[in-house]
Design a protein around this ligand. Structure first.
Ligand code: CAA
Length: 261
């Protein structure tokens, strides 16, 4: 189907509504939660089991996508607490989710907020969005991918500059650097992100999942290993009904009717 799901974060990512929100039909169920990463993880686990959901949109408010980890809450944390509590590990679910997840970033995406956006598959930015890794000014460093994912996306020089200065970049610069794939007027951002999710949702969810896995492999391994993974995955699509349907539909000049099998 062409369904999408929608998750909201907020400025500090604290005590905000996370959950299913069918804005188009205004029939969302909101789940106020104390711990946003738990809310997002739980929502993603539910979405991954739900066959009617093809893609997910993660967004925040007009002012902020997320301004990072709660600084006031972290002030008293100790090294041993960080180690023993595996601090920040809870967010891995976002990067691990099998369905495509689009970050719709309006306003600030700072620190953990920028990292959260980078855990998503595609970033769309509102024209007033700002991205940054300001941890250095707090006497710490990014802890959820800011020195790793950002470097792979924008290259060493720019990532180094952002992480060492804490300076923010604009939506336009983020697009130029390939961090965001599109910039749109802020008030059209969510609609555009949903349109993107719907387009992805017209394809076979099974093949979309394989394709996402293959693109992600480019980040996680060498070129030779990645090419091998891609080739084998491409071959594997020939064991699916949807590959046959897609090619048959093309030959018969009709829309494909995918069954995700
Ligand atoms: N943690 C806790 N509180 C935060 C916060 C954060 N990350 N970001 C903003 N707030 C709070 C502010 O303290 C303020 O609270 P009060 O109303 O109680 O004073 C409120 O949100 C609104 O913020 P401002 O008054 O500062 O609003 P502004 O429009 O002037 O600026 C901002 C907005 C640019 C986001 C600014 O608040 C800011 O720079 N925030 C900090 C961003 C940051 O350093 N993030 C990195 C956190 S560390 C991290 O994320 C580690 C990691 O790798 C996971």
């Amino acid at each position: 189907g062409s369904n999408w799901e929608f998750i909201k974060t907020d400025v500090t990512g604290e005590k905000k509504n996370v959950g299913r929100d069918h804005t188009e039909s205004s029939q969302g169920t909101e789940c106020p939660l104390q711990r946003p990463h738990e809310g997002i993880s739980t929502a993603l686990q539910q979405f991954s089991k739900d066959k009617s959901i093809a893609a997910i949109v993660l967004t925040g408010s007009e002012k902020a996508f997320a301004a990072g980890a709660d600084i006031k809450e972290m002030v008293g944390n100790t090294y041993s607490q960080c180690i023993q509590g595996n601090f920040l590990n809870d967010w891995v679910e976002v990067a691990r989710t099998q369905k495509p997840i689009i970050a719709a970033v309006n306003g600030y995406a700072l620190g953990g907020g920028c990292e959260l956006a980078m855990m998503c598959d595609i970033i769309y930015a509102g024209d007033k969005a700002k991205f940054g890794q300001p941890e250095i000014a707090l006497g710490t460093i990014p802890g959820a991918g800011g020195t790793q994912r950002l470097t792979r996306v924008v290259g060493k020089s720019k990532a180094m500059e952002m992480c060492l200065t804490g300076n923010m970049i604009s939506a336009q610069e983020a697009e130029k650097l390939g961090l965001a794939s599109k910039v749109v007027p802020a008030d059209q951002l969510l609609a555009e992100a949903i349109k993107l999710a719907e387009k992805i949702g017209t394809h076979s969810s099974l093949i979309v999942q394989l394709c996402k896995e293959s693109v992600n492999t480019a980040y996680e391994t060498t070129l030779q290993e990645g090419l091998k993974f891609e080739r084998r995955t491409f071959h594997a699509t020939f064991s699916t009904a949807d590959r046959k349907e897609g090619m048959t539909a093309f030959a018969e000049k009709r829309p494909a009717n995918f069954t995700n099998e």
